[in-house]
Ligand binder design. Structure first.
Ligand code: C3B
Length: 817
């Protein structure tokens, strides 16, 4: 019998009817008046249905192939909006545009109705989402595991120039993309005590007694790979109270008490912690981490048992990637399951753990290395603390054997710091994993040479590098239709899954017609951004100026302040010489500050103050504008990045682990002004030294400068422009009614040694900006450099990155077609 034709999962003909049916049946709404949010939702449900069918087919193929799978454990995912991503990856764009038009809408307007899923803080969460897209596209069998926070990263509003935070109740109007699997609840335990007992064979064993329980409900979000044939998912856990527990209280007549404990349990997945560094010592955060880990391991083990083999084959079937130290308690949890519940011997269990886990480090900031007070950990997870202590004891015997008599080394490497009695999660992750990777070459070198040299000596070959990547689907194909069309017209569509193909654009940098088209695409994007800024802030910006952009979390090491010093200096130069031969500029800065980060919030206020002054000054208005973009998020990035011409990546060298925004800008043809930090170095090597503006101290020079006792005062005294800019900020030039507002920023710089070396890099930064101005005044040369940036970014695809993980760390083969 002939094989039946493959079903057409996309079914475009019925799309319009499906949308209307969903508006009625799911939303329970009228079709009239035609409300865009209703039609967005109807379209979303229609897409979701098609996606689910393809997902079911993919999962069946996983089971058929019995392939090893990777589990990417992350406390954060930052997918942003889904609709256009699904439509682009499934190749349904034309059909959806038509269906929307038939219903009287533009697809782009419907897409604007969706709220971002902001379940992450910044780079780390967005990286996880790029990797989901690439795993699905490259057919690497695996899943993302995380938490379904009720409230994502706060919404930032600017009120009187200051950041204000608003709760991000992102699912208030429902979310068509989240599939609740109410039938698969797991119990997660907390508190109680560890109890020793003797089993019938007379063996001493341990169990977890008198624990509280919380239920974990899996919620799936589907992830279609490009081409739409392979659909995977991330599974996010939502906390629910365990009914048994509250029922008992209820039966005793304590209804409100029962509700209280219900609320207490459900708090676990209530809100994402809004810091881009770990929060030290918050019990709820530890409970969140364990909640993710416990529910995920239960799911992994259930699936493993279902597929047949025993535990000795576990690491051949399962790879677990720890996205930073946040899920590291998984090492102790897997040991607990194997030893206490599956009754494996310690050594056997430990060998399984080490072969299963791998750990990615994302930061070297000393304040960001996560530790938990042993007391707190022992109270919340009593058995885990015992297990960690045992792992530590055995590990330190290893250290002692390698370096007899070196007690100092043992203390430095110990998992539980003997002095502070804190559990060092990075040490647990390193000891419990077979591979540890940094996220850019420089970062991985620093990890090996500076942060963990004694671990590197103990475990040669364990430390490795996988330079981060970004998905070209979202960050070029979808976010930049103008440029994508142009590229595809010249080199065909294969670059979307094979980004090295962009190199075919290189010769076109010499072609004046192509350069003209390239400029036209950029101009279209700049106009689109100008409309957006006008809509959001009422401010007009001119698309015929140089768009100079810095968007990322606000942090001292990222040095938004250095950007401000450049703006103030440019302002001063323009006031002195209105005919200065520089291109007119629009400086756009955006980013959220952690709510408790005093200095970062002050810097936002400084930016808004400088913007108010500069934009109100008729003498420079047409030559310089400054905009603070409120509420930087993924969907905003999709509008900002394609419009940027200059990308600011100016962190103090040695401090930005990789950066991924830097890659998105360069891929979209922006030229980078940046330091030799993180992945900037590799970007420079790829695009060529002459197509990027590099300045400032190197990581080694930063270290030496600090070690020599850097004196910012001398530097400032020797640089009149720097002194002038600092003086204006310090004297209240930009905030006359509150002259002392920025004194804390200046104190940090001038009295506390300028740790981030802003004053040290100031002059070099200005010189690099002079070079930017000179090149921009030659549009043909600028455009050629822009094309060369895009053409050379193939390496930075997240497809390359996940394939490296699969080969060198996970030992997983991508599935065939
Ligand atoms: C970030 C780093 O700050 C970036 O340099 C890096 O590109 C990304 O991770 C992705 O690797 N990071 C973060 O966003 N949150 C942390 N807690 C630590 C690092």
């Amino acid at each position: 019998m002939a094989k039946p034709a493959a079903p057409d999962f996309h079914q475009l003909e019925s799309l319009g009817e499906d949308i209307k049916r969903y508006v009625l049946s799911i939303l329970g709404n009228d079709l009239y008046p035609p409300d865009p949010f209703r039609y967005y939702s109807g379209l979303a449900y229609a897409i979701r249905e098609r996606l689910i069918r393809m997902w079911l087919a993919t999962q069946a193929s996983y089971y058929d192939s019995m392939s090893k799978r990777v589990y990417y454990l992350s406390m954060e995912f930052l997918p942003g909006r889904f609709l256009m991503n699904y439509i682009t990856n499934m190749g349904m764009e034309d059909g959806c545009r038509q269906a929307a038009a038939d219903l009287g809408f533009s697809l782009d307007d419907l897409a604007e109705e969706e709220r971002d899923a902001g379940l992450g803080n910044g780079g780390l969460g967005r990286l996880a989402s790029c990797y989901m897209d690439s795993m699905a596209t490259q057919r690497i069998p695996g899943y993302g595991y995380g938490i379904l926070y009720d409230y994502g990263l706060f919404h930032q509003r600017i009120v009187n120039g200051w950041q204000e935070e608003e709760a991000d109740n992102w699912r208030r109007h429902g979310s068509p993309w989240v599939i609740d699997r109410v039938e698969h609840l797991y119990e997660v335990k907390f508190y109680g005590r560890s109890e020793a007992y003797t089993d019938p064979q007379g063996v001493l064993r341990y169990r977890w007694a008198e624990a509280d329980t919380v239920m974990a409900m899996p919620c799936d979000i589907l992830i279609p790979g490009h081409g739409g044939k392979h659909v995977t998912n991330m599974r996010l856990w939502a906390a629910a109270s365990s009914t048994g527990f509250s029922l008992r209280d209820f039966n005793q007549g304590d209804f409100l008490g029962a509700m209280q404990s219900k609320i207490h349990s459900e708090n676990i997945s209530k809100v994402l912690y809004p810091n881009d560094e770990p929060i030290q010592g918050k019990e709820l955060r530890l409970r969140q981490q364990y909640f993710l880990v416990a529910a995920t391991l239960r799911d992994i083990i259930r699936r493993h048992k279902k597929s047949g083999p025993g535990f000795d084959e576990f690491p051949d079937q399962v790879a677990i990637q720890l996205n930073d130290t946040h899920p590291t308690i998984a090492v102790a949890e897997l040991m607990r399951i194997l030893v206490d519940e599956e009754f494996l011997g310690w050594d056997e269990a430990w060998a399984i753990c080490r072969r299963t886990f791998a750990y990615t480090n994302h930061t070297v900031l000393p304040e960001a290395l996560e530790t938990w007070p042993a007391d707190l950990l022992g109270r919340v997870l009593p058995r885990h603390l015992e297990i960690i202590a045992e792992i530590d004891r055995r590990f330190l015997l290893e250290v002692a054997a390698a370096h007899p008599g070196d007690q100092g080394r043992q203390n430095r490497l110990a998992i539980i710091d003997p002095a502070s009695r804190r559990v060092r999660m990075a040490h647990l992750a390193i000891v419990g994993s077979h591979k540890v990777n940094g996220v850019a070459r420089l970062h991985s070198d620093i990890l090996r040479e500076k942060v963990f040299p004694e671990f590197d000596a103990l475990y040669p070959g364990k430390f490795t590098n996988v330079t981060n990547g970004i998905t070209p689907r979202r960050w070029l194909l979808q976010a930049n239709p103008a440029l994508s069309r142009l590229i595809t017209a010249r080199i065909g569509p294969d670059w979307t899954t094979d980004l090295d193909r962009l190199a075919e654009l290189l010769p076109l940098a010499e072609d004046p017609d192509f350069r003209k088209d390239w400029r036209a695409a950029k101009r279209e994007n700049k106009k689109r951004l100008a409309r957006y800024v006008l809509r959001k802030s009422g401010m007009g910006i001119n698309p015929d100026t140089l768009f100079d952009v810095q968007v990322k979390r606000m942090h001292e090491y990222k040095r938004q302040f250095l950007n401000v010093l450049h703006v103030v200096t440019l302002y001063n130069r323009l006031r002195r010489d209105p005919h200065l031969a520089v291109p007119p500029r629009t400086v756009l800065i955006g980013g959220k500050a952690a709510p408790g980060y005093f200095m970062a919030k002050r810097i936002i206020r400084l930016i808004t103050a400088v913007a108010e002054t500069v934009n109100a000054d008729d003498a420079v208005r047409s030559r310089l504008r400054v905009v603070f973009l409120p509420n930087y998020c993924v969907s905003q990035a999709e509008k900002v990045i394609p419009a940027a011409e200059l990308s600011q990546q100016i962190s103090t060298a040695g401090m930005e682990a990789s950066g991924t925004g830097n890659m998105k800008f360069a891929l979209n043809g922006a030229l980078t002004i940046g330091t030799l930090d993180g992945a900037n170095i590799e970007i420079m090597e790829a695009v060529g030294r002459e197509n990027i503006f590099i300045f400032g101290l190197t990581a080694k020079e930063v270290e030496a400068t600090r070690a020599a006792g850097y004196d910012p005062g001398r530097r400032v005294a020797a640089d009149a422009e720097l002194a002038e800019a600092l003086d204006m900020i310090g004297r209240g030039y930009f905030t006359p009614s509150e002259p002392d507002l920025f004194a804390p920023i200046l104190d940090n710089l001038l009295r506390h040694g300028d740790y981030y070396l802003v004053t040290a890099d100031y002059r070099a930064c200005l010189e690099a900006q002079d070079a930017v101005n000179a090149l921009y005044l030659d549009p043909e040369a600028w455009t050629a450099a822009s094309i060369r940036n895009t053409a050379n970014m193939g390496f930075f695809s997240s497809d390359r990155a996940v394939l490296e993980y699969a080969k060198n760390i996970w030992n997983i083969e991508p599935l065939g077609e």
